[in-house]
Design a protein around this ligand. Sequence first.
Ligand code: NAD
Ligand code: UFG
Length: 354
Amino acid sequence: MARLLITGGAGFIGSHTCLVLLQAGHDLLVLDNFSNSTPLALERVSALAKLDVQSSQARLQVRRGDIRDRAGLDDLFSTAASAGAAIDAVVHFAGLKAVGESVREPLRYWDVNLTGSRCLLDAMNAHGCRTLVFSSSATLYGYPKDVPIPETASIQPINPYGHSKAAVEQLLHDLAASAPNQWRIACLRYFNPVGAHPSGKIGEDPLGTPNNLFPFMSQVAVGRRKSLQVFGGDWPTSDGTGVRDYIHVIDLAEGHSAALNCLLAEPAQLLTLNLGSGQGASVLEVVHAFERASGRQVPYEVVARRDGDAAITVADPAMALQRLGWKTQRGLDDICRDGWTWQAANPAGYSDQG
Ligand code: NAD
Ligand code: UFG
């Protein structure tokens, strides 16, 4: 079992991964500035992991702070080491992720995503912690030529968010090459993470109007929004709507656990893996699955295509199976059931309850 630093651990993917890592027996220190999350998510993770007050203090420590604060990172690594609980590895979720916002505010995206990652890597290197799982994204592939997309497909980001992820991947390659046999790194390229823990206690809680299909559709079903706009009915797909590879967030969390186990057990390496199901679903297939799971209607209208969208994005997940023995266990119906359990129990997200 390892002692792990989880940056951005209070966020959507981070909170679910914290739960899975606690259940796997790891001890966690979460660093988050709560710019897009709330400490309440971690309180719920602690309850789901059945940690009492004493074990919670030892097994799920939470520190408010920013990954760009180099002195703060030094203090965090030093304090952990001097308490006899040195950090063995880092799972790095902290970052900004909204494509449209990245087009409007590129400086902020490069600052948090690239400068923040560089600062974190610098601190890790200085403190001799050289094992990292990094949240990368299928957005790197831009408009893919071949679908399903293998990891060898060309990297052609089409927005500042994607460029910032590609830059961090490049930095990780350069770092690994500079000190072979030292760095153990996994770049995990997520496809479309959705759903929630089946308890309905933790889930996705976007600030303001959601940009993404799942949270928007869930808010329509729960009555917070009137109707869904389906972006384009004339794509070259079976029903004319865009196709994506939706992955249950618990499957994704388990992928992180598997990647960590692999890095900790094997010699130094840099792994780059797609985390997806290999199955595509169209917007209308998703809407109908969600209607079945929720028993609610999701009114929608088909409107013009959204700028920057690809027709079909589906992972080739064979490499993750081969290297980690990992594949998704949950399908679209599970995703919709668990996503609805969360939305129905928390119509206004975490702000519903104290
Ligand atoms: P999220 O916004 O829910 O979580 C990110 C967390 O990082 C939040 O808790 C936020 O408060 C924290 N954070 C942001 N900036 C920080 C900083 N400077 N210092 C410390 N903490 C900071 O997002 P998520 O969906 O959980 O995504 C996690 C990671 O996965 C991100 O790096 C994202 O780019 C990547 N990713 C997400 C998706 C997706 O569709 N959700 C897809 C591919 C990749
Ligand atoms: N869509 C709609 N209506 C909406 C929102 C989305 O029809 O209100 C459609 C989109 O056009 C697309 C599909 O639903 O066909 C999925 O769109 P999302 O916005 O949910 O997700 P994206 O595939 O655009 O991108 C997401 C994240 C990225 C991440 C990428 C990984 O937003 O950050 O998945 O593949 F990089």
